[in-house]
Write a new protein. Structure first.
Lengths: 813, 176
């Protein structure tokens, strides 16, 4: 039984304290081994030949010249890896190397293994591929209007990957109750993770038929499954080790073609094979933020209470499924968890286009609708003559409630977040009161603390921890989680150290190795602290129980008196009566045999039972509120963000320094998305990426980064370990809309899309000077034939979370 | 270019205080020589095009991007990499503050930041926040938002001045 307490009434020694990360010094001395730092004897180097055309049939591949180049050991093409894979069971649409057709510039068609990287590069350029070009599909509009050629032979018709339609409650009634109904359109441009580390992988196949892959991946478990499928060898013969990720942000969450290719080349050659992608290739891997066009219709009463919301999203998915079906649902899921939305309808469509595939980036599918929602609320507040901070706070979704779309909210700290940023920023003195060119804007948000359901259907735990205690007093934690810089290895050590009364640096942490560690599903959906934390807590409490029984017997002290602190187990009433931690382990080992315990975590069941209810539920939701203060130069259109005040509802900090780092890093990434970052393509030139380089893909440097004033709201959530909620993704979400709202406050123009570039600000200022609407953004959304919505009665209507029978739906219509 | 000449060049230089000799294909960059020929993988790469600052090393007292320097050009130079930043077992004050204050998240850009910051502090122990930003403006970090990095540089500078400096409470726990 997880008690979320684990301290026998003693003050906490580790949780909530700013300990150094367990791996920090290795990182500061150059000793951390990232994937590209691995060198094995007789290792070969791989390069992949990528398509220079966006959409074409492969007519012929000639590898003869390349194969005859001295130093080339093996070359593979699509026919060597005929089995498809993909992260989601519903979209197994990728091949490691394209077989019949290529779908974007950068899609790989062949892989070479050679004695050195230069030879592999030369050989790659000697491979001849004959393509028969197909019409490329470059945009949401084109994908909706051009049914042939199809990029994939599956989906919801033409180049539509997925259409969804969900309706909760009586929308007509909701809009009828409204005093004001607003319809607005927004666009959120796609952007990419840009981790500093380029993806790299090393594969080794030993003579006994076992494959090992070291890879810069956030999800070794899913890579493990994909390799077993594609390579047709038992999963038990495959070991995937996720090396420390040099940044992930969601970009290393899919099984990747280069991982499969080096594994195959290692099997063929009997030698280790390494691949390290170039920065340009990292742009082609992508899986980043979907460009999303949005339409939102919201009804409100005079005091700003929402009566109904109808949200439509159009996602430019790129060339493959990736996480796209989940991304689509996520663009419609979390609208309901910040403010009370009694009736809600969502329609979403994801399109295939001939661009690098989109997928999950920090906030996965939710920053885009959050931008739309928070900017629209700013407009509504203005139209109603209300203060947008106060209006938001008045209509918060209640704690411990179930939303119209069946998301169960537990703790809810958004109100205090709003109070903190309003007070800290001196909002009331600034809003609509600053001189022209300066402005403030506010926005709020929420994010998951882990997806409530696994990616493939199963009823096993989402996270497992094994703990081994040895008689020298050593403790080893084994967990499948992957440290991508967020500190997940350290979180395990802190939690176990707290329970066992030892120092985090006494502990050895072994993670992300499918041979040695129990499954954790991966570093995505902000799940790791909550889920591995609960699993670690359970394992540690079980170990403490064994030690307690042995120590109590030895000391002849009642069991409930035994506590653990300062590397000792002792009687709380007579602290001098006790044993060292190592002695406690020895007593337990003598009594029970070798001491090892396990812990695991499965999220609670979601109240939603309808089809599509799998995306959105979470054991807990974090909340954030942000105020941005900006300076807008009306002559250049340049927006400078001076400072952001952000309040984040963390539940309980496991380590405040790491929490602060995640808040500041999220603000940074949100700032980049708001002002400059974009994955842009030349539609009329083969849909080629405009600038696959770090120089031209603009991201904030120290000179663009704003000041950040952070407030942590601690209100422990019963589902979190020690009450902890997430912080890795949520604080990004309010930043882009807060900046957009501040730009409006500064110069009176609405920029209804990101990035908010100087060109867009100037264009809006120009139209404003001409007496036209002071706005830059999409004017309309395409007509789409939406499927009949799946109707679900809301909890307020007495619904049970199941969809209404089709007959009833029709009868009602 | 198939058939490229593979004849190696040989140079001598001082690396982290030790005289070394290296033989490598003459087109190799200093980054490649360090990582591939001298097995010092602490120097990282993010673009290999001089865009990100990740591969910064100190050559004759100045930080240079090792991906833009030919290995051949460092003949006789004095090169400092992350592996040489600690003094024996004693970490450099910047390494301590970066580790303790959360300035290294994923840690991949960290060696480049540490060496760039070291060059700054080698010149002055009283840099302002603006001077720190300016000095580090060529290094990209995607994790931290840079703020913890500024704080780590400031605390290290203060300690190197002999002060008993600790980070501000707000930078660890947030504002009240």
């Amino acid at each position: 039984m997880v008690t979320n307490n684990g301290n026998n009434g003693k003050p906490r020694k580790v949780i909530g304290k700013p300990f150094r990360k367990v791996d920090a010094r290795a990182k500061c001395t150059g000793q951390t081994k990232f994937a590209d730092d691995i060198v094995l004897p007789r290792m070969l180097f791989s390069k992949m030949l990528r398509s220079p055309v966006p959409h074409a049939l492969i007519k012929h591949i000639d590898i003869s010249k390349a194969a005859s180049l001295p130093g080339v050991v093996a070359i593979i093409t699509g026919k060597d890896l005929p089995i498809p894979y993909g992260i989601l069971p519903v979209s197994q649409d990728e091949h490691a190397l394209c077989i019949e057709k290529v779908r974007f510039i950068g899609d790989p068609v062949a892989a070479v293994a050679a004695l050195d990287e230069d030879t592999a590069f030369d050989a790659m350029n000697l491979i001849e591929v004959e393509y028969e070009r197909l019409k490329p599909i470059a945009s949401i509009d084109e994908a909706l209007s051009i049914a042939e050629p199809r990029i994939h032979e599956y989906g919801d018709g033409g180049n539509i990957h997925k259409k969804v339609s969900l309706e909760f409650g009586d929308m007509e009634e909701g809009f009828a109750e409204a005093d004001l109904v607003r319809e607005d359109t927004f666009f959120y441009e796609g952007n990419t993770h840009l981790p500093m580390e380029q993806h790299a992988a090393v594969a080794h196949f030993d003579p006994d038929g076992k494959l090992t892959l070291w890879s810069s991946t956030q999800t070794p478990h899913y890579v493990h499954r994909a390799l077993a499928k594609v390579l047709e060898i038992p999963a038990s013969h495959i070991r995937v080790i996720a090396t420390p990720n040099g940044g992930g942000f969601g970009g290393k969450s899919d099984p990747f073609n280069h991982e499969v290719a080096v594994a195959k080349l290692a099997m063929m050659t009997g030698r280790p094979v390494k691949i390290t992608l170039t920065r340009e290739e990292v742009f082609y891997c992508h899986r980043g933020r979907h460009p999303v066009l949005m339409w939102v219709k919201t009804g409100v009463t005079r005091d700003g209470a929402i009566t109904a919301m109808h949200f439509r999203s159009f996602l430019d998915g790129g060339a493959y499924g990736s996480y796209g079906v989940a991304s689509t649902f996520y663009t419609g899921a979390l609208q309901t968890v910040t403010y009370d939305v009694p009736r809600y309808k969502f329609e979403g469509v994801r399109l295939f286009t001939n661009k690098p595939p989109c997928g999950p980036k920090r906030g996965h599918g939710t920053p885009q609708p959050r931008f739309a929602l928070e900017v629209q609320i700013d407009k509504i507040a203005e139209e109603l003559g209300l203060d947008p901070a106060q209006m938001r706070k008045q209509h918060l979704a209640p704690a411990n409630s179930v939303t119209a779309n069946y998301l169960r909210i537990g703790s809810m700290g958004l109100g205090p977040c709003i109070d903190k940023v309003v007070e800290g920023s001196r909002w009331r003195e600034k809003y609509r009161k600053l001189p022209y060119g300066r402005g403030v804007g506010i926005a709020c948000s929420s994010y998951l603390c882990g997806a409530g359901l696994p990616i493939y259907w199963n009823n096993m735990p989402h996270s497992g921890v094994q703990l081994r205690l040895d008689r020298q007093g050593g403790v080893c934690i084994m967990c499948g989680s992957t440290d991508i810089g967020q500190g997940s290895d350290s979180i395990l050590a802190y939690i176990v150290a707290e329970v066992l009364g030892i120092d985090p640096f006494d502990i050895r942490v072994v993670t992300a190795d499918t041979d040695l560690t129990p499954v954790d599903l991966g570093s995505y959906s902000s799940r790791v602290t909550l889920m591995t934390g609960n699993a670690a807590l359970q394992a540690a409490e079980r170990a403490r129980e064994l030690l307690t029984l042995a120590v109590a017997e030895k000391l002849s002290v009642p069991i409930e008196n035994i506590t653990f602190a300062e590397r000792r187990a002792f009687d709380v009433e007579n602290p001098e009566v006790g044993v060292s931690f190592a002695e406690a382990v020895q007593l337990a080992e003598a009594k029970y045999g070798t001491i090892g315990t396990v812990g695991s975590y499965s999220p609670p069941r979601s109240p939603g039972k309808f089809k599509g209810a799998g995306v959105g539920p979470s054991p807990a939701y974090s909340y954030s509120a942000a105020v941005a203060e900006v300076d807008v130069d009306p002559h250049t259109g340049i927006v400078t963000v001076e400072r952001i005040w952000i309040g984040h509802d963390i539940g309980q900090s496991i380590n405040p320094t790491l929490v602060m780092g995640q808040v500041e890093g999220s603000v940074y990434m949100g700032l980049g998305e708001a002002l400059m970052e974009e994955m842009a393509y030349r539609a009329n030139r083969n849909v080629v990426h405009k600038f696959p380089s770090m120089l031209e893909y603009k991201s904030p440097t120290t000179l663009e980064m704003c000041d950040v004033v952070t407030y942590l709201i601690e209100d422990p959530d019963p589902n979190g370990p020690f009450g902890a909620k997430e912080v890795g993704q949520g604080p990004l979400l309010p930043v882009p809309p807060a900046i957009a709202n501040a730009v409006y406050d500064a110069v009176g123009v609405r920029i209804d899309e990101v990035p908010i570039t100087p060109e867009k600000v100037l264009a809006a200022l120009r139209t404003s000077a001409q007496g036209r609407p002071a706005r830059f953004g999409p004017k309309s959304v395409p007509d789409v034939v939406w499927p009949q919505p799946l109707k679900v009665q809301t909890p307020a209507q007495g619904g049970d979370g199941r969809e209404m029978p089709r007959e009833a739906v029709h009868a009602k219509d | 270019m198939p058939g490229r000449k593979k004849q190696k060049a040989s140079i001598q230089f001082v690396l982290n205080g030790e005289q070394v000799e290296a033989s490598f294909a003459p087109h190799k960059t200093l980054l490649e020589v360090l990582r591939e020929d001298l097995n010092l993988t602490g120097t990282k790469h993010g673009c290999e095009l001089g865009e990100c600052g990740t591969c910064a090393v100190i050559v004759d007292g100045r930080t240079l991007l090792s991906c833009l320097v030919l290995g051949l050009d460092i003949e006789g130079c004095n090169v400092e990499t992350i592996e040489g930043m600690a003094d024996g077992g004693e970490l450099h004050p910047l390494q301590i503050t970066f580790a303790d204050l959360g300035a290294a998240q994923c840690g991949y850009c960290t060696p480049g930041f540490l060496l760039t910051a070291k060059e700054l502090l080698d010149k002055s122990l009283t840099p302002t926040r603006e001077e720190i930003k300016e000095a580090l403006s060529g290094n990209l970090c995607r994790c931290t938002g840079y703020i913890k990095i500024y704080e780590a540089v400031e605390v290290a500078a203060a300690r190197m001045r002999g002060e008993d400096a600790e980070p501000a409470k707000e930078s660890i726990y947030g504002y009240e």
